[in-house]
Design a binder for this molecule. Structure first.
Ligand code: SF4
Ligand code: MG
Length: 332
């Protein structure tokens, strides 16, 4: 198996206030194959951005391992970390906040190349800036303008051009389309898809909404309150969700075709997202789960393969428990 990224039992806890611990990421494992897009989905505050930042080494880990290209990200020497950033780049939700308003687009895109000593002179770098602008659907006339002169979608294209400047292999896209108009979202997704095909890029695509990742993800992981609750092939997840949380998220997505009558049962989640400082005992989802049982308050469900390539953490599918209905209609 050619995994470019392997996240093993990753934990990221933050100390908050006096003696309280926020378990932003609590023992999560997943891997990303070279050339695929892995969609990481969950409500805001579930820890998905923290995972992105911890993978990138912007946060130290609390426990576990992040292996990228066979190297342990949190054990890289300073020099190796520098070259690691050539391979892994990030695109942010709000490109405007990450683009210096006083710099021209040319300066913004060429900065990473300067820092990493790419291209021997200014003229070559400028040529590369022009190429990058064209690759993201802008043009060289944009090079001397400033960020505020662009629309949200164009700024995201600039953010993507900057991420591509170092010719990375892996891009963490943290809610790259959430702040954009719906009409522009598809354009940016299509751009990322095209770049992936042309350059063989691998994406970790973080989003808060399952409808956003469907078109672009090969596999999807669903997070809830610092835990991974389900993971499988993208299409399979939409057709055959197992975890009650995934089912609720999917039931909230309207069917796009007005001619098809929506006969699905809408699952409304009761209550608020609990604080990750005081997560529920046992299964973190139990306070909002319509299927919760006694055991759910007691034991944390184990992350296990319910069927080939389909992982879930839920007592309903726990094969080690005799009275588990895992042979029920949900599973083949
Ligand atoms: Fe619901 Fe229990 Fe499954 Fe958690 S373990 S999702 S509470 S049924
Ligand atoms: Mg976030």
């Amino acid at each position: 198996q050619d995994y470019i990224l392997d996240v093993r039992n990753l934990k990221k806890y933050f100390q908050v206030g006096k003696g309280s611990i926020l378990k932003a990421v609590d023992d999560i494992s997943f891997h990303v194959k070279r050339g695929e897009t892995y969609g990481l989905v969950g409500e805001s505050g579930c820890g998905k951005s923290t995972i992105g930042r911890t993978i990138l080494g912007l946060y130290d880990k609390t426990d576990g391992e992040v292996i990228f290209d066979l190297e342990n990200v949190h054990e890289l020497s300073e020099k190796d970390r520098f070259s690691f950033y050539r391979k892994m780049q990030m695109i942010f939700q709000d490109p405007y906040a990450s683009l210096n308003p006083r710099s021209t687009i040319k300066e913004i895109i060429s900065e990473p190349m300067e820092v990493h000593g790419l291209y021997s002179n200014k003229k070559e770098r400028l040529k590369r800036v022009h190429e990058l602008l064209e690759e993201v659907g802008l043009n060289k006339d944009h090079a001397n303008r400033y960020p505020h002169e662009f629309s949200g979608g164009q700024r995201q294209r600039i953010g993507i051009a900057r991420a591509l400047a170092l010719d990375p292999e892996f891009i963490i896209a943290d809610e790259p389309i959430s702040a954009l108009d719906v009409s522009v979202q598809a354009q940016v997704v299509n751009l990322m898809k095209r770049l992936q095909q042309e350059k063989g890029l691998t994406f970790l695509f973080i989003a808060h909404d399952l409808s956003m990742v469907k078109q672009f993800s090969d596999r999807i992981g669903v997070m809830y309150l610092g835990n991974m609750v389900e993971e499988t092939q993208s299409e399979h997840l939409y057709d055959n969700p197992l975890h009650p949380y995934t089912k609720a998220l999917l039931s909230a997505i309207p069917i796009p075709d007005p001619d098809i009558e929506d006969q699905r049962e809408r699952i409304i989640l009761e209550g608020e997202l609990p604080s990750p400082i005081h997560p529920p005992s046992g299964c973190v989802f139990r306070t909002r789960c319509p299927m919760a049982m006694e055991v759910c308050a007691k034991d944390r469900p184990v992350w296990q393969e319910a069927e080939e390539g389909h992982y879930v953490a839920c007592h309903l599918y726990d094969k080690s428990k005799e009275n588990s209905p895992h042979t029920g209609p949900q599973l083949k």
